[in-house]
Every structure is written in C-alpha cells, then in structure tokens.
Design a protein. Structure first.
Length: 150
C-alpha cells in the first residue's frame, strides 16, 4: 500500500505524514466490514499488486440501485515491473466475472495511464458497451466508466 501511495503521490499531491508513511485509513475496513473485498495480484508467482473493491456506487442520485448495490474498484495497482504483461487486464476480467452486475470504475482526471488502461480494458471486456461520465459530486470528481455485466 505504501508503494502504491508513493506512486500515486505524483497525481494526488499527498505527502508522507508524521512517522514517514502515507497511511491509508480505510484499509482495515477491508477486513472488518461486509461489502469490501481485498485481493492480492501475483505475477510469476510473486506479489505484483493488489485490488480493493467495495459495494456501492458513485451515482446515488440514480434510483436504479441502492447505495449498497453495484461494485466499485476503489484501489488497483500492478507494480511497474509487472505492467504491460496483461496481468492487470486479466485480474480486472476475473473480478468482473466474479461479481456480475453493475460496475463503476473511477479515475483521477490527471491519471492518464489509469484512464487509458481502464478505457481499453473495460472497452474490450464489454465490447464497447459501457458509458463514461464525468462525475462531479460529493463522492467523486472525475471520469467514471459504468457498465453492467449481468
């Protein structure tokens, strides 16, 4: 997580806190709360990243789903050494298949690499049958790809 947050600091401008760590306050929730899921990513049999998911949506104003329905990828990383080998795409597909239903995947607007990855991965997975919206509400400010794989 610290490596991920370090990498991400060039996008979100975060600095280390007292004690020399970035810290990720909601991490414990992934082991304590229902509706949150943590996965390790492996490449060549070694730890290569992780994915954090939770039930819920960025679109509470849509009456189609309750706040607890749908799935979101809250954090996702494949370490640099393992990128461009298809690992991230494979993991994303497996997660989508494991949790069928409505999905929302959001990126920071300044995360060009992440945006390109998710557009391509979701576009291929859905054969282009997804919507991308620029959201600006109390939950998210930036692009979100939305699809349903039921």
């Amino acid at each position: 997580m610290e490596l991920y947050l370090y990498d991400f600091s060039e996008l979100d401008g975060e600095d280390v806190k007292d004690g020399g760590r970035y810290g990720y306050a909601p991490l414990d929730y992934y082991w304590e709360e229902s509706g949150r899921f943590a996965f390790l990513v492996r490449g060549d049999g070694r730890l290569a990243g992780f994915a954090l998911l939770r039930r819920g949506t960025c679109f509470p104003e849509r009456d189609v789903l309750s706040d607890d329905s749908g799935m979101m990828i809250t954090e996702f990383i494949v370490m640099r050494k393992y990128r461009h080998q298809g690992i991230g795409k494979q993991v994303a597909r497996e997660l989508f298949e494991h949790y069928p239903g409505r999905w929302e995947v959001a990126e920071l607007p300044q995360n060009a690499a992440g945006l390109a990855f998710w557009r391509k991965t979701i576009g291929e997975y859905t054969r282009g049958d997804y919507e991308e919206v620029l959201l600006d509400n109390e939950r998210w400010h930036g692009p979100v790809q939305v699809f349903d794989n039921n």
